[in-house]
Every structure is written in C-alpha cells, then in structure tokens.
Design a protein around this ligand. Structure first.
Ligand code: FMN
Length: 231
C-alpha cells in the first residue's frame, strides 16, 4: 500500500498549504481504476468537514463499476455534453476566440470537449449530497461544500484529481429516478475522480490584495505584502 503521506508523487509529505495552492480542476482523467484504499481515504477526509451544528448532513453516492453506475455515468455524460455545449456558446469558446489553437481559450475548449466526450470512462464519480433538515436556503451549501473541498484536497494528496461540477442538473430528474435519490436530498455537485493525465500545478488566482479589506469595505489591508505574495 502507498504511504498516504507520500502517494501524491513526491518523496516528501504534502504540506496542507501547498496542497491548497496546487489543487486545480483536473478534467483530464485516466480511466485506470482507483483503489478502494485511496477512495476510502478521500471519502474519510470529506466526512471530516464541518457542518452546521455538526449535523453531518452530507452523504456521498459513489459511482464506480456496477451496471447502475455505468448507466448513471452515461446519463451524466449526456448532461455534461449539454452543459458544455451551452457554456461554450454562451462564453465564446467557439469561432474566432479559439482560432489560435495555442491560446488559453482554445486549450480550455479542447480539454472541456475531451472531458465531456469521455466522461463515462472516468473510474469514479462522486455525488456529494445534502440531506435537507430545513427549508432550502442560500446557506445550506455551507454544510456540504467544505466536504467537497476536503475531498478534492485529499484526492490531491493521494495523487488523484477531480473537479467540482454542476452539470448533473441537466439530467437530474432521470438521475434521481435511476439512483433512488429521495426528495429532500440535494445533489450538491458531481465530482469525477481518477489519476490525472497531466500534472497538478499552482491555481491561477488574482493577488491576495484584491480580495482582502481592512476595517472598512474596500479599504486595502496595510499589513499585507504589497505584491500580494505570501512566503
Ligand atoms: C460551484 C462550482 C461549480 C462548478 N461547476 C463546474 C461545471 O459544471 N463544470 C466544470 O467543468 N467545472 C466546474 N467548476 C470548476 C471551475 O470551473 C474551476 O474550479 C475554476 O475554473 C477554477 O479552476 P482551477 O480549480 O483549476 O483553479 C465548478 C466549480 C465550482 C466551485
């Protein structure tokens, strides 16, 4: 068994801050199976997340190799293709914007197309769900999305990768029927998981100083490094 502290591919244990800074959306995923051990470790991390009043209302429906999983993945693949078709048209991922095949947009469009076209071959798909215990509210995500991020960070630490997506929404009715998901359970995301085809790398975000105010809305924090870099 891989040492869980080192199986992310480096001889050194992965520092939590380093993991946070390098957990990117992984959409190029190998079809190779994920071990029970890795999957259990990732789900354990997910279930250690905080939730309101520690109610732990999260559940994780895991789709791997069974006949129902295969049907669900095929159904989700349909949703993902429709989701990407809509997004690529709405966000300008077609035509002139992607004419230069080396541009970021063109590369992203190729990755997305491959992602949705091969979705059913992803070895593991996790549906993080929230068992509602009160009326839907804009805060309810706070009791499920921390678990999703824990899951992705643990996946990173185990050399796996994935991405939080919401394109199950396009086939949700059929998906609920197929998987017997009761009313009152919110499917918060669809997270495909597996070994990345490429590498992990630093996330692309604006400088820290763009996000932090001090004392008053809009007021820069004088105690931050001016270049937004944290050592
Ligand atoms: C709430 C939420 C919804 C998302 N939905 C999708 C989605 O439906 N499809 C997809 O491919 N990526 C989705 N993503 C992934 C984001 O596009 C991605 O995390 C973001 O572009 C930043 O990229 P990075 O994680 O590689 O830094 C979603 C992320 C979040 C947090």
């Amino acid at each position: 068994m891989d040492d869980p502290r080192t199986s992310h591919g480096s001889p050194e244990p992965l520092d939590v801050l380093e993991a946070i800074a390098t957990t990117r959306a992984i959409r190029r995923i190998r079809p190779d199976p994920v071990s029970d051990d890795d999957l259990a470790a990732v789900l354990f991390a997910a279930t250690r997340a905080p939730s309101g009043s520690n109610r732990q209302p999260f559940r994780f429906l895991v789709l791997r190799d069974g006949p129902i999983a295969a049907q669900a993945k095929a159904l989700l693949a349909r949703g993902f293709r429709a989701g990407w078709d809509a997004k690529s048209a709405a966000d300008g991922y077609t035509g002139a914007a992607t004419a230069d095949p080396t541009s970021r947009k063109a590369r992203m469009a190729r990755t997305m197309q491959e992602f949705v076209d091969t979705f059913q071959d992803v070895p593991v798909v996790v549906l993080p769900c929230l068992v509602r215990y009160r009326e839907p509210s804009s805060y309810e995500g706070a009791s499920i999305y921390p678990a999703c991020q824990n899951l992705l960070l643990a996946a990173r630490a185990r050399g796996l990768g994935g991405v939080l997506t919401e394109w199950h929404a396009l086939v949700e009715k059929e998906l609920r029927a197929l998987l017997d998901i009761p009313d009152g359970v919110f499917i918060a995301a669809t997270i495909p998981l597996g070994r990345p085809r490429g590498g992990h790398g630093p996330v692309r975000r604006r400088p820290l100083t763009d996000f932090v105010y001090d004392d008053r809305w809009g007021q820069p924090a004088p105690w931050l490094p001016a270049d937004g870099e944290v050592g």
